[in-house]
Design a protein around this ligand. Structure first.
Ligand code: THU
Length: 160
């Protein structure tokens, strides 16, 4: 038997410590919480995906009476980016959550399916995508989506 430790690096920043570019993408994610369609959960999630060409693609969670038909904010943004700008790498992805009249103090943690899609995005473009999770108390920054999902499943795994 061999035991492995899977580690991931994350940093927590105050708003003032973020760069202008990071603040810009996070601001879009915060703004986008207003465009969430969440009549069932009341949990508003916004996302912003910064492309290499400087464009920021917007996303927000979209719910449905048939619950599983809805989609998270991160995936609406990443899929929209892929559909509108298939040649542009996504360099940063920011997420913000708003519920009960305020942004969450702690950043929201992306669901497993969104982490998987984030990884595919990174692999698709062959570079790192920084992930910024906004919270009122701190913004968590991951240099790479891979830090959010150890032991990844990507296209190479399909080859056996
Ligand atoms: N949600 C997201 O948009 N992103 C996440 O990473 C976690 C959850 C949405 C899905 C659903 O509309 C609501 O939050 C409550 O789960």
């Amino acid at each position: 038997m061999k035991e492995y430790n899977l580690t991931a690096k994350m940093r927590a920043y105050s708003w003032d410590e973020l760069t202008d570019e990071q603040r810009k993408v996070v601001a879009v994610a915060k703004e986008q919480t207003q465009h969430s369609y969440c009549p069932y959960s009341g949990f508003h999630v916004g996302a912003g995906a910064l492309l290499a060409n400087g464009e920021i693609i917007r996303g927000a969670n979209q719910e449905n009476a048939a619950y599983p038909s809805g989609l998270c904010a991160e995936r609406t943004a990443l899929f929209a980016a892929g559909a509108q700008y298939p040649e542009q790498p996504v360099t940063k992805l920011a997420i913000a959550c708003f519920t009960d009249g305020h942004f969450t103090k702690e950043p929201g943690a992306p669901c497993g399916a969104c982490r998987q899609v984030m990884l595919e995005t990174e692999h698709r473009y062959g570079g790192k995508m920084e992930v910024l999770l906004y919270g009122e108390d701190a913004t968590y920054v991951f240099d790479s989506a891979a830090d959010l999902l150890p032991l990844i499943f990507v296209s190479e795994n399909l080859k056996g």
